[in-house]
Design a protein around this ligand. Structure first.
Ligand code: S3P
Length: 173
């Protein structure tokens, strides 16, 4: 995959700022930023919440795995993955050797940023508890695939972008 794959892959929970930070890094590197959630929405012609409601989470995860595989193989810029993409063992295997950065935050910051966002179906009911449960299950997986972990607590997206670039020793063009 080297040479054609992404220069950075951002993973981490919903609302941590993967897309915002990804866009900033892409701008600095003079490459494009791609987001697998947006790829799925474009291909399906419907929002993620509708895919969950109409076809269920399992179907969404299958679409997501395929979208990640395609992007990893053919996108040479910055890639932001949906928060649950790392649940798939095949995806985790594909991420081995790829420059992956885990953007992290705690519950308090998550509540502040994501709030009661109904566009995110997994947080539609009891968001605080749900977020805590999701992170307990996922933190080891984010850590497993990541080459570096960057905390976003109390940092602006620009600061986070700096930290990601430092962690991967990437230089602004
Ligand atoms: C999800 C995260 C979302 C989206 C879907 C499921 C998750 O992406 O893929 O709602 O399981 O954490 P973002 O992390 O970009 O919000």
């Amino acid at each position: 995959m080297s040479g054609t794959g992404p220069v950075v892959v951002l993973v981490g929970p919903m609302g941590v700022g993967k897309t915002t930070v990804g866009e900033l890094i892409a701008e600095r590197l003079g490459v494009l930023c791609r987001d697998t959630d947006a790829d799925i929405v474009a291909a399906q012609g419907r929002p993620i919440a509708d895919i969950f409601v109409e076809d269920g989470e399992e179907h969404f995860r299958a679409l997501e795995s395929a979208a990640v595989r395609t992007a990893l193989a053919g996108h040479p810029g910055v890639l932001a993955l949906g928060g649950g993409a790392i649940l798939d063992p095949d995806t985790r295997r594909l991420l081995a050797g790829v420059p992956v950065v885990f953007l992290d935050m705690g519950l308090r910051e998550a509540v502040k940023r994501v709030g009661l966002d109904t566009a995110r179906p997994l947080l539609a009911v009891n968001p605080r508890q749900k977020w805590r449960e999701l992170m307990e299950a996922r933190r080891p997986l984010y850590t497993e695939v990541a080459r570096a972990v960057v905390s976003t607590e109390g940092r602006t997206p620009e600061d986070v972008a700096d930290a990601v670039m430092d962690a991967l020793e990437l230089k602004t063009v």
